[in-house]
Design a binder for this molecule. Structure first.
Ligand SMILES: C[C@H](N)C(=O)N[C@H](CCC(=O)O)C(=O)O
Ligand SMILES: [Mg+2]
Length: 355
């Protein structure tokens, strides 16, 4: 099964409410869809999200990276030569991880279709069901409390609370949410790099003193401030999760060696796809570090690929795959079933979309 052509399209989905983090506000998803055509007529599907503030990519850069660099590097290769394809993909252009992720997942989709196997089984098949959290955008406290209660009414038991935009008000925001939702709901906090190391320690310790019972705090400080993350991890009890600081296996080794975090968030848009994500997950597991699977603002196409990967791995113990849940409707039919907080893998070949 040889790679014959790569076709680029657009996938669009309006969001139910604006998505707000310390880094950006988004009203509408407009991502790149990828179709990798094989010489036997099969098509593999992928998606790239243009998260300029995190990966540095735009839809224009993703399109250019694929057309000018990635496509010439892998066209004509046999889908079964996965390691060789992934080596060429990695070397075809520096960084551009979302462009690479879209191609990587489309090729894995083809490989799994070649063997008539669901992708999660081909990758290791650890479990069939995942439970995702849902994001509560950063807003004024009252609005975040209202959004949290609505999410619980919709059946979500795990909330990912965005903070870091207004550090002075963050303790009050989080405590008000804990107060409103009660003790049984799991709360994750994501500062998206919005705090200084000293601010982070002060805020997290205040939450600890108030018995807020926060499961983890994600990326408290700037992605490049590994010493700062190390300082936060060393001076708090709460688990610290590295997100924007870990794109590659090398980044994971640095964070682990420096004890800069307790946990790692793997996103296909940061790793450049499943092949590199597996390496990070293995490195973390060998070092006793559990991983979260995360997503950017992505539709069901790439989030489904991430779900297959997460389902295949024992060491992925936390799931933040709420992209499709934040959209008014899915732009594609098929794939795993997203029903409230549960994501169920089906036994259709590949990622599960009929193309
Ligand atoms: C959508 C997901 N729950 C999430 O919060 N991802 C963010 C980055 C999303 C973006 O800006 O596209 C994260 O974990 O930092
Ligand atoms: Mg994050």
């Amino acid at each position: 099964m040889k790679i014959k052509d790569i076709v680029i399209g657009v996938v669009e989905a309006p969001l139910i409410t604006p998505f707000k983090t310390a880094l950006r506000t988004v009203y509408y998803i407009r991502n790149i869809a990828i179709y990798v055509h094989a010489d036997d007529g099969q098509i593999g599907i992928g998606e790239a999200a243009p998260t300029a503030v995190i990966t540095g990519e735009t839809n224009a850069s993703i399109t250019e990276a694929i057309n000018e660099y990635i496509k010439p590097a892998i066209i004509g290769m046999d889908v079964e030569d996965i390691s060789q394809i992934m080596e060429r993909l990695d070397k075809s252009i520096y960084k551009n991880t979302s462009a690479k992720a879209a191609i990587d997942m489309a090729i894995y989709d083809l490989l799994a279709k070649r063997y008539q196997a669901p992708l999660y089984k081909l990758l290791g098949g650890y479990r069939k069901e995942l439970v995702t959290d849902i994001t509560i955008s950063v807003n004024e406290t009252a609005e975040m409390v209202k959004d949290s209660l609505e999410a619980i009414k919709r059946g979500f038991q795990i909330l990912k609370i965005k903070v870091g935009k207004d550090p002075a008000g963050d303790i009050a925001r989080i405590l008000a949410i804990r107060d409103a939702v009660g003790p049984t709901i799991t709360l994750r906090v994501d500062a998206n790099q919005g705090w200084t190391p000293k601010e982070a320690v002060r805020i997290i310790r205040a939450l600890e003193d108030a018995n807020a019972n926060i499961e983890l705090v994600e990326q408290p400080v700037h992605y490049s401030d590994i010493e700062g993350m190390q300082y936060v991890t060393a001076n708090t009890i709460t688990n610290i999760l590295a997100d924007e600081s870990v794109f590659s296996p090398k980044d994971a080794i640095t964070v682990i060696e420096k004890r800069a975090a307790d946990l790692i968030n793997i996103k296909l848009m940061k790793t450049g796809g499943i092949y590199q994500a597996q390496k990070i997950c293995n490195i973390a597991e060998a070092n006793g570090i559990q991983c979260m699977i995360g997503c950017m603002l992505e539709t069901k196409i790439s989030v489904s690929a991430a779900a297959h990967f997460a389902a295949s791995q024992k060491n992925i113990t936390m799931v933040d795959l709420d992209g499709p849940i934040l959209c008014v409707k899915d732009p594609v039919a098929g794939g795993p079933i997203f029903n409230g907080q549960s994501i169920s893998m089906l036994d259709k070949p590949g990622i599960g979309f009929s193309l």
